[in-house]
Design a protein around this ligand. Structure first.
Ligand SMILES: *Cc1c(COP(=O)(O)O)cnc(C)c1O
Length: 440
């Protein structure tokens, strides 16, 4: 068997209906914004490989940091033991996060950082003897990961339907866009007055998997203030938005409110190693800090605080904070804004949204906006044929580039999106056509 045949014989790929699936592209190496395949093609990674590679591929500085650490200590049990990279990383994270955060709890992926946050919030009330606070509020269309707790707080949809009966009950309120904010506040007040709410969890400013749905920091500020006034712990899931994605290091730097727990993963190691953290306030920590053993937080994973991951994160954060990288982040934002003004005029475009380094272009399709929208696969294949990796969420094409991307590379991506629209005209509705139809 060749490698392609072995892949087919041995591997079950994520988020993929394996029957009829296209043969996966075999990537041999990456450099900067580019991925290079075994058959000699190259692709611009316009989605930072599922939103993790913030500094592009094979960054030599991060690679070197991991190599150095691996010769020193590759791993050690993290209960009863500690190590330098974990200590320095916790210190660094607390330095760059808002000052009210106090303790760093390590795990190894985004879903798990959310599980930890949920368990922390629930046990906080349990430890304090407040036994009736057991419910959670989340936003409609939320995505917080694929484990059971994370699925429970996420939107109920086709992806988690087989498990629906086993997911715990969660109240969902609408995403607080300008149009929805009044209903959203009303619902939050009503739920909060039940007095049984332990926590409120949100993806701040941008709901990623829902199709890069964006809302204003002021609305988020308002919701967190209301929730906290009702003694509800606020969890911000910054697994996607963290580490520069929204133009600031963290999305919560755009707001005044002080959430109680923050979840970070994805960009944390620049895409080199799996790692996640759940960071909480001193007040939460104090509810576990007790003479009673049973009040401890009994949670942990084999790879918790892996030293190689921590070393990668330290290097990645150092790069992120550099002036060059910060300039790149604002350059990407300004490029996106310029492109959004250009593409907005296109009649097949329903909406264009920009937050920091993220831009989403929503197309006017004959189909409904959903992940399984038929145009999705066609756009994906078209972009790949043009050497650009874009993974549309239904009829929503988004760009979430690595920060090292150049002006020229961004232009290639923008032009590809414009070509997508021309190429798919027959499946797109022209806005003027629509109005004509309505008036006829
Ligand atoms: C990707 C994502 C997760 C899940 O992270 P994994 O590492 O894929 O488990 C959770 N929350 C948000 C907002 C995400 O974008």
């Amino acid at each position: 068997m060749n490698l392609e045949e072995k892949d087919k014989a041995y591997i079950w790929h994520p988020f993929t209906q394996m029957k009829g699936a296209a043969t996966p592209i075999h990537i041999e190496r990456g450099e900067g914004s580019y991925l290079y395949s075994a058959d000699g093609k190259k692709y611009i990674d316009a989605v930072s490989s599922w939103w993790v590679n913030i500094h592009g591929h094979a960054n030599p500085y991060i690679a070197e940091s991991i190599y150095k650490q691996s010769k020193q200590l590759e791993h050690v049990i993290f209960a009863g033991f500690t190590h330098t990279p974990a200590i320095l990383l916790a210190e660094k994270l607390l330095q760059i996060l808002p000052a009210h955060f106090s303790k760093v709890f390590y795990s190894d992926n985004g879903s798990t950082s959310v599980e930890v946050a949920i368990k922390m919030a629930l046990q906080y009330w349990y430890n304090k003897g407040v036994k009736h606070k057991t419910k959670i509020i989340a936003l409609e269309n939320a995505y917080h990961g694929d484990t059971f707790g994370a699925m429970s707080v996420g939107e109920r949809n086709t992806f988690n339907a087989p498990f629906d009966l086993l997911l715990f009950e969660v109240y969902h309120i609408p995403i607080p866009t300008e149009n929805n904010i009044d209903i959203c506040i009303q619902k939050l007040h009503k739920l909060a007055s039940q007095n049984n709410i332990a926590a409120f969890i949100v993806e701040p400013l941008v709901q990623g998997a829902a199709g890069m749905q964006m809302y204003h920091p002021d609305e988020l500020d308002l919701l967190i203030h209301i929730a906290q006034k009702h003694d509800i712990l606020c969890i911000v899931d910054e697994v996607m938005t963290g580490f520069g994605r929204t133009g600031k290091n963290f999305a919560i730097e755009h707001i005044a409110a002080q959430p109680d727990i923050i979840c970070l993963s994805k960009g944390i190691t620049g895409g080199f190693m799996p790692l996640a953290v759940t960071i909480c306030t001193e007040e939460i920590y104090q509810a576990f800090y007790d003479d009673e053993q049973s009040k401890a937080f009994f949670h942990g994973h084999s790879y918790t605080a892996n030293p190689l991951s921590c070393a990668a994160a330290l290097a990645s954060i150092e790069l992120l904070l550099s002036e060059i990288c910060q300039q790149q982040i604002s350059f990407i934002y300004n490029s996106h804004l310029a492109f959004s003004n250009r593409i907005r005029r296109n009649k097949s475009v329903k909406d264009v949204r920009v937050t920091g380094t993220i831009i989403a272009v929503e197309l006017n399709t004959t189909d409904d906006s959903s992940y399984f929208n038929s145009i999705r696969t066609s756009i994906y294949d078209f972009c790949l044929s043009k050497g650009v990796l874009l993974r549309p969420l239904g009829n929503i094409i988004y760009i979430m580039p690595p920060y090292c991307i150049t002006h020229k590379e961004l232009e290639i991506i923008y032009n590809t999106i414009e070509e997508v629209i021309v190429h798919h005209q027959s499946q797109l509705i022209n806005v003027t056509q629509q109005t004509q139809l309505a008036t006829n």
